[in-house]
Design a protein. Structure first.
Length: 146
């Protein structure tokens, strides 16, 4: 994730990362061996079909979803919902979780006298670890309580 995907006023994920979590949550509801199409995911989530297809492509490329062709084909989780975290999903569409661009070696206007730069990797890892502790099965439990 880079600075352009992050709103500093409220530290939001990009829309694609948000949609990816929603789509994976919907796909997880079918994880009892069933498969679901991108069209069905669009209907269930209320997201536009082209957006769902774009996100599904990224999630499949990252190994979080598997596409099965032929009769009875469709999409399914590539591994158990308990083994997929929010961090996995966010990184599939955004890349490595980082709050600042300087951690990735990008230029920064205050780089020459920044005393915080050495601490950003620790902060980023704490954020990633927090997201890694939330699994798809946890999200399903939260949805049931809502």
């Amino acid at each position: 994730m880079n600075q352009s995907n992050l709103s500093w006023s409220d530290m939001r994920l990009s829309n694609l990362a948000d949609y990816a979590v929603v789509i994976m949550s919907a796909a997880a509801r079918h994880c009892g061996g069933g498969r679901v199409s991108a069209g069905e995911l669009a209907n269930e989530t209320g997201l536009p079909a082209p957006t769902v297809q774009k996100v599904v492509s990224k999630l499949t490329a990252a190994g979080l979803l598997r596409s099965v062709r032929g009769a009875g084909g469709g999409l399914q989780l590539a591994r158990p919902a308990a083994a997929i975290s929010v961090a996995d999903i966010v990184e599939a569409v955004e890349g490595p979780i980082a709050l600042t661009a300087c951690v990735d070696g990008q230029d920064c206007v205050v780089d020459h006298n920044c005393t915080v730069k050495p601490h950003w990797p620790v902060i980023n890892e704490a954020l990633r670890m927090a997201l890694a502790e939330i699994s798809l099965t946890s999200l399903a439990r939260i949805e049931e309580m809502a």
